[in-house]
Design a protein around this ligand. Structure first.
Ligand code: AMP
Length: 404
């Protein structure tokens, strides 16, 4: 019996993703998603090989959905296959610079970071607590979205606001999607046979939430998201960068409260806000092809903003080995990749249209012309990265305590 499988839990604000993964082969014994939690439509779906199943769990909370998942793992005799549990945690603040074995000190420290991610860290903590309750004998590891960016230099992470706000309240840029960036950058280094100590990459993680990062010699040196995931690129429903005075302007001119402006910037903006149609890129591409002008404008603004910020990130690199596209849009949209790279001719990037049209599938992900810096499509796998971290930390069995 294999004892090296890792249960990965990713508790979002209204969802819970789970998987049991062999960290060495990447094989998924089961993967699934409980979604619309705390809603009458709550449900859970899972996949074992190519067999898919689902059931309704009306009004299920994180707690009851976890209980159902654990019961499912028991029914399938998978519980005894699990050697450790890895948890995605969104915000580690400045306390966590790497993935960490969980103990009560670590739980307190994650709680301390709650004010930085009020929607996500509490959900992540519920996942940790229910897993400890059910599997007190198994080691558990926290893997943070923010920790990869903790290497960023001050010039990249400080806002030009009074320094005391950083000193007293840790207000700074943190960056997110770090687990995805670690995974795809390691893959790119392997695929391109780059020197792990000397390489320079731009990575764009483009999904419903989107960001980009400059990665030099395996370390993040700049990224587009900030104190929260709202900063940076145009996203599905998030605005990305706007003039911060918008808060004042909307309050004075339109009577908006802080909460209304935050809601508008996080939930009603981005692709959805501009198009008035959808936050989903597939829907917008379809509408654009049917002549919908607002869908076209939303795509153009998405592309323009992304290319502009990628060019800005390149200033931290000196030279460019490769540009990596990942996330639902980055992995699947030849239309977006081609429009972005067209705008990045200044970096010497040129796509091979045929390779781009099949998402690099026949070329190890490579979609660029041979005489240009490489452009790659790499499918991200955050769950596998969490499983790999959990395996390596629990195998060395050394507790890494939060650093400060
Ligand atoms: P994610 O958050 O990584 O799951 O990515 C979700 C986004 O990827 C949505 O905007 C989808 O419309 C987009 N996406 C997925 N497949 C495609 C596709 N074939 N073409 C364009 N966009 C896609």
């Amino acid at each position: 019996m294999t004892q090296h499988n890792i249960l990965v839990l990713n508790c979002g604000s209204s969802s819970l993703k789970f998987a049991v993964i062999n960290p060495e082969s990447g094989h998924e014994l089961i993967s699934g998603l409980a979604e619309r939690l705390d809603d009458p439509q709550a449900s859970i779906s899972w996949k074992i090989g190519s067999n898919k199943s689902s059931l309704l769990l009306p009004d299920a909370s994180h707690q009851s959905a976890s209980d159902r998942i654990f019961q499912l793992l028991g029914d399938l005799n998978l519980e005894q296959e699990i050697s450790a549990i890895g948890h995605r945690v969104v915000h580690g603040g400045e306390l966590f610079k790497q993935s960490t074995l969980i103990d009560s000190t670590v739980i307190d420290a994650i709680r301390q970071c709650q004010n930085l991610a009020p929607l996500h860290n509490p959900a992540n903590l519920i996942g940790i607590e229910v897993a400890i309750e059910r599997y007190p004998h198994l080691p558990q590891v926290a893997v943070f979205d923010t920790s990869f960016h903790q290497d960023m230099p001050k010039q990249a992470f400080l806002y030009a606001i009074p320094y005391t706000l950083y000193q007293q309240h840790a207000i700074r840029r943190y960056g997110f999607h770090g687990t995805s960036y670690r995974f795809v950058s390691q893959q790119a280094i392997e695929i391109l046979n780059l020197d792990p100590a000397q390489n320079s990459l731009l990575c764009a993680h483009l999904g419903n939430g989107s960001s980009a990062a400059a990665i030099l010699n395996g370390k993040s040196v700049d990224t587009t998201m900030g104190l929260t995931p709202l900063e940076g690129l145009v996203m599905g429903t998030r605005s990305g960068n706007v003039d911060p005075n918008l808060y004042d302007f909307l309050a004075e001119q339109c009577g908006y409260t802080l909460q209304q402006t935050s809601h508008m910037l996080n939930k009603e903006s981005g692709l959805l806000g501009i198009s008035g149609l959808s936050n989903d890129m597939r829907t917008l591409e379809q509408a654009e092809s049917e002549g919908n002008e607002q869908a076209k404008m939303a795509i153009e603004i998405f592309v323009f903003t992304l290319a502009k910020q990628l060019a800005g990130l390149a200033t931290s690199l000196g030279r460019l080995d490769a540009l990596v596209f990942t996330g639902g849009i980055g992995e699947n949209s030849a239309r977006i990749r081609s429009a972005v790279v067209e705008r990045l001719a200044i970096l010497g990037l040129f796509l091979d249209p045929l390779k781009n049209s099949n998402n690099g599938a026949d070329n190890n992900g490579v979609i660029s012309k041979p005489d240009s810096p490489t452009v790659l499509v790499i499918n991200t796998n955050e769950e596998l990265m969490i499983a790999m971290d959990t395996h390596s930390i629990t195998n060395t069995s050394s507790t890494i305590t939060p650093s400060h």
